[in-house]
Design a protein around this ligand. Structure first.
Ligand code: FES
Length: 154
């Protein structure tokens, strides 16, 4: 994380003095972008750098499902399970993925290719059900589309 400190210093200038805790989220996002997840040493680094209590970092990490505490596979499939997606069959899609990939939500395939997660609203309720693959949205999904999508992932 130390190599990111010059960037953190740039971000810090945008915040009034005394509001260092507001930097927890942007710092964690940048760390995840860099490493792929937020490691224990990153948490300790943020605590030390921002001089905040560890609980402040833990709160942000546990609130935002997009922040990860462990590595994910090459392809991270995030299936929305909130109301609109639920009403449009997300449970069936998750079940389909569980069967197809042989893993449960929160797990990664043994070859490291796929991680499956269930998440709260992805903000695309009008095109539910939605599955995110890495940074891309896939909308109006069904089992056949999922199969096609997974076939195309190398
Ligand atoms: S409920 Fe799934 S995108 Fe909003």
């Amino acid at each position: 994380m130390k190599h990111l400190i010059p960037e953190f210093e740039q971000m810090k200038r945008r915040y009034p003095e005394g509001f260092e805790a507001s930097l927890v989220l942007p710092c964690l996002r940048r760390i995840q972008e860099d490493r792929g997840f937020v490691a224990e040493e990153d948490i300790l680094g943020v605590v030390e750098y921002l001089k905040v209590a560890r609980i402040q970092v833990e709160e942000v990490l546990s609130y935002y499902t997009m922040l990860r505490r462990k590595p994910v596979g090459r392809w991270h499939l995030q299936a929305c399970r909130n109301i609109a997606c639920s009403m449009r069959g997300c449970d069936g899609l998750v079940g389909h993925l569980v069967e197809k990939l042989g893993i449960q939500p929160g797990e990664t395939t043994a070859d490291g290719r796929f991680t499956l997660s269930t998440v709260e609203c992805l903000g695309s309720c009008g095109t539910a059900p939605v599955v995110m693959v890495n940074e891309a949205y896939h909308e109006d999904m069904d089992a056949a589309k999922l199969d096609q999508l997974i076939e195309g992932l190398r």
